[in-house]
Design a protein around this ligand. Structure first.
Ligand code: NAD
Length: 499
């Protein structure tokens, strides 16, 4: 067993009757074998979570925050080992693995502050001697279903907030990355064991594939299902939760674009496009898939990008644990085949294709490493509307800002967008017209900070999590009116009812 797995998950080898083999995308090596939870076991976990809720909701919010503070402290101590495990299990470069754990720490800090700021409004009543206020109260058990590409941060975004809001958490990680989840759970359990107010079952992990996630989705005892993953998954989960009048928070696929205008500073634009396109091997929901370039600079921008893609493709792909690697492997063979299919589909329309294809198969026969691909098109076509979860970027020329924003908004997804410009009018126009949840200026589409609300529109699902007032999704709102007069109370809207 590899060192970080052993240090974070001692005793994992001892498991028997396993049905889920966890492999590393780095070389296909087996990391562990796990047993999935049965539907009955998931239901028992939910029952435990309901019991935990009865205790946890009565713990004062700042005390709940103290537990999250301690958890954040432990994450600081375990950062390197956990980052290493993230890299081993999902293949992102170690630097990004560290960034992901840092994101967990940051959101814990944010949630600790929030635990003293779960403010409601006081509202002036239209009636004499009435006072109105809003209370925000704990909601109940929250299910978190997460994707492979952010195996720990997305859970932390949800869990840190849910916990300070008074909600227990049930986490179903991706079947491709369950070890990082078990490691987080182990760290959480150790912190909770030393915290008298934390009930048993406050945070639990259930292991398995879609059917285990489905057991959470269909359980009426869970008022909120926060699901991160593909639009395909959201299309199944969303209606099921709605059918039982549950609440869902959907964080689904993206198809993100950068518009490079005539006034752009290319010294700012090119690095942003590169990180967005090839960083995390193109496996971020916010990865840059489309680049619209003003036709007057299209040759220049394509030339610069293609040189950079070629250099990265020939020199900077490799073992994500090694310093100097910028692009690690794809998660698995399916991801590689999807990329191949997407390139074949667009080939007849492409005027130029740079990169693409598998590499390093001699060194890593069990890993799927690809050269990032850059495809030049004359115009956007239907093939581009699909999210290909790999480093595949389309470059498309445009002439007018009004028209390019129409093209930009034409895809079904609406997560992240960016404009590269030094013209204030272009920037403001884009900010107001892009239909995405994230609209950046002179910053690429990926690499969000936890302080802002994160999420997107249309088929991205409409959810918002992490910063700003996203916490409201994890609580229920009570509007309360009090009458403190001694006369017969007045009715709202001046209605008279003289019985
Ligand atoms: P996926 O949809 O295959 O799986 C995501 C999770 O959903 C997994 O835990 C999976 O087991 C579970 N799941 C799948 N079908 C289910 C069902 N019917 N019922 C209950 N659970 C089910 O996604 P993936 O391949 O792991 O991740 C990549 C996708 O996630 C991309 O589309 C990416 O854009 C998206 N993503 C979005 C965000 C965001 O914040 N918007 C963040 C990360 C990833």
């Amino acid at each position: 067993m590899l060192a970080p797995v052993e240090s974070l998950l001692p005793g994992l080898d001892a498991r028997t009757d396993a049905d889920l083999t966890v492999t590393s995308p780095i070389n296909g090596a087996e990391l562990a074998r796990l047993r999935s939870h049965s539907v009955e076991e998931v239901q028992e976990c939910v029952a435990r979570s309901v019991r935990a809720f009865r205790t946890w909701r009565d713990v004062p919010a700042p005390v709940r925050g103290e537990l999250v503070r301690r958890f954040g402290e432990r994450l600081r101590a375990e950062k390197e080992a956990l980052a290493h495990l993230v890299t081993l299990e999902c293949g992102k470069i170690l630097e990004e693995g560290r960034g992901e754990v840092q994101e967990m720490i940051d959101v814990c800090d944010f949630a600790v502050g929030l635990s003293r700021q779960l403010y409601g409004l006081t509202i002036h009543s239209e009636r004499p001697r009435h006072s109105m206020q809003e209370l925000w109260l704990p909601l109940g058990p929250v299910a978190v279903i997460s994707a492979f590409n952010f195996p720990v941060a997305v859970w932390a975004w949800n869990a840190a907030l849910a916990l300070v809001c008074g909600d227990p958490v049930l986490w179903k990680p991706s079947e491709k990355t369950p070890l990082t989840a078990l490691a987080c759970q182990r760290i959480f359990d150790e912190v909770a064991a030393g915290f008298a107010e934390a009930p048993e079952g406050l945070s639990q992990v259930v292991i398995g594939r879609a059917e285990v996630g489905n057991a959470l989705v269909e359980d009426t005892r869970i008022p909120l299902v926060s699901a991160t993953g593909s639009c395909r998954m959201g299309r199944i989960v969303g209606p099921k939760v709605a059918a039982r009048f549950g609440r869902s928070l959907l964080e689904l696929g993206g198809n993100n674009a950068i518009v490079v205008t005539q006034s752009a500073d290319l010294g700012v634009a090119i690095p942003s496009i590169l990180f967005g396109s090839v960083g995390t091997a193109g496996q971020r929901c916010t990865s840059t898939r489309r680049v619209f370039v003003h036709s007057s600079i299209a040759d220049d921008v394509f030339g610069r990008l293609s040189r950079a893609f070629e250099e990265i493709g020939s020199q900077r792909i490799g073992d994500p644990l090694e310093t100097g690697t910028l692009v690690g492997p794809l998660i698995d063979k399916d991801a590689f085949e999807n990329m191949e299919r997407a390139i074949e589909a667009i080939r007849p329309r492409a005027t130029q294709i740079v990169g693409g294809g598998r590499t390093l198969e001699d060194r890593f026969p069990g890993g799927y490493y690809v050269r990032p691909a850059l495809v030049r098109l004359e115009r956007q076509s239907a093939e581009v509307f699909e999210e290909t979860f790999a480093p595949l970027t389309y470059v498309i020329p445009y002439d007018s800002l009004e028209e390019v924003i129409e093209e930009h908004n034409a895809v079904p997804q609406g997560l992240s967008s960016a404009i590269m410009t030094t013209d204030l009018r272009e920037a403001e126009y884009f900010r107001n017209r892009s239909d995405c949840g994230i609209v950046n200026v002179n910053i690429g589409t990926s690499g969000a900070e936890i302080g802002g609300a994160f999420g997107g529109e249309k088929e991205t699902g409409g959810g918002r999590e992490s910063g700003s007032d996203s916490w409201k999704a994890y609580m229920r709102r009570v509007t309360s009116t009090t009458y403190y007069g001694i006369e017969r109370p007045a009715l709202a809207q001046g209605v008279r009812f003289d019985a």
